[in-house]
Design a protein around this ligand. Structure first.
Ligand SMILES: Nc1ncnc2c1ncn2[C@@H]1O[C@H](COP(=O)(O)OP(=O)(O)OP(=O)(O)O)[C@@H](O)[C@H]1O
Length: 314
């Protein structure tokens, strides 16, 4: 007796995929629009994220149609100075990868060397594994990743953490994305000494410093989100503040702006208390005036003396 024919499920696979439709329904369009709207500047970064999203959508379509596919390696490095938006973008990236089904949960676990490396023998492996367990299904963001590697100390426990990370990055790449972040030059040196990391990281995204006008827009965006605004004079003072702050120690791009605005709000609140003779209205409660910023120590500091005579450019 002839055996009944078994039907192969190949028939149920779609024969075409509407990428534009996928782009909308997957929620990717929404995330990219939010990214554009919420973050000032960062053009090259946004472009790279859009490219990654396109790659993942195509990959997903290939999988749906039964075409040969290999999950792309999504480990990344984010290089740039402090406060250039690396953590913020990593959060958005985690969300994007989750929407596209590449990671199960889409959360971000942000760590530094101390969270991974122990002080005593036998402490590092359990510490690193605990963090990896927490990060599974999401993104592990390792800030200042180069501190994991200390070439001056042969028996540094960082090496143990590196080995575990490398193994997990290879074996669990369909459920964990690792982002290494830090200053560009140090990261370059780190990759030179750690070819294992270099070969596992396919996407390098550089975060440039913000221009002064971008920092002013960032200030305005941050205030708007908190329901505040600068008056005309405060806008001028803030412009001056940004130019001065940039050349002073510990400048950290958008983070310095956030801190400056926190202090400006504090001064505004105190000013309102000191000056108020009667009830204050919504406009007064929401306006930062020139004095609220001009009282900053930044204006009291002398401009740095250049160590060398400045070269005049033509
Ligand atoms: N392009 C931007 N537009 C608006 N806000 C921004 C932008 N970039 C950064 N910020 C804000 O600046 C602050 C610092 O950013 P973030 O923590 O992402 O920087 P980072 O590069 O990770 O710096 P660090 O390494 O010092 O943590 C955050 O509050 C973030 O929301």
């Amino acid at each position: 007796m002839a055996m009944p024919e078994t039907t192969v499920t190949q028939e149920s696979l779609p024969t075409s995929v509407d990428l534009a439709e996928e782009y909308r329904t997957s929620g990717v369009a929404e995330i990219l629009e939010e990214l554009d709207r919420d973050l000032v500047g960062l053009k090259p970064v946004k472009r790279r994220i859009r490219e990654t999203a396109a790659l993942l959508l195509v990959e997903r379509a290939r999988r749906a149609m039964g075409l040969s596919h290999e999950p792309p390696s999504l480990h990344m490095s984010f290089t740039g100075n402090p406060g250039t938006g690396k953590t913020t973008v990593a959060l958005r990236m985690a969300n994007l990868l989750h929407r596209l089904g590449y990671i199960r949960k889409g959360h971000l676990v942000s760590v530094t060397r101390d969270d991974l490396v122990g002080q005593y023998i036998g402490h590092t492996a359990p510490k690193t594994k605990e963090i990896l367990k927490k990060a599974m299904g999401g993104v592990l963001f390792i800030d200042e990743a180069y501190y994991l590697y200390r070439p001056d100390n042969e028996r540094d426990y960082g090496q143990e953490a590196i080995e575990i990370l490398l193994q997990v990055m290879e074996n669990n790449r369909d459920d964990l994305v690792v982002i290494l972040a830090g200053y560009s030059d140090r990261m370059d040196r780190f990759f030179e000494s750690n070819p294992g990391f270099r070969s596992r990281i396919a996407h390098h995204i550089d975060f440039p410093d913000y221009a002064n006008e971008e920092l002013l827009s960032i200030a305005e965006t941050m205030l708007e989100r908190q329901g505040y605004h600068l008056d005309a004079e405060a806008t001028d003072v803030m412009t001056d503040y940004i130019a001065r702050r940039r050349s002073q120690p510990h400048f950290a791009n958008a983070r310095s702006i956030r801190n400056a605005l926190d202090r400006a709000r504090l001064r505004q609140a105190n000013r309102l208390f000191e000056e108020a003779k009667g009830p204050v209205n919504a406009e007064q409660l929401s306006t930062i005036i020139g004095r609220d910023i001009a009282a900053s120590r930044v204006f009291a500091m002398k401009p740095p003396t250049p160590s060398e005579p400045r070269q005049e450019t033509a």
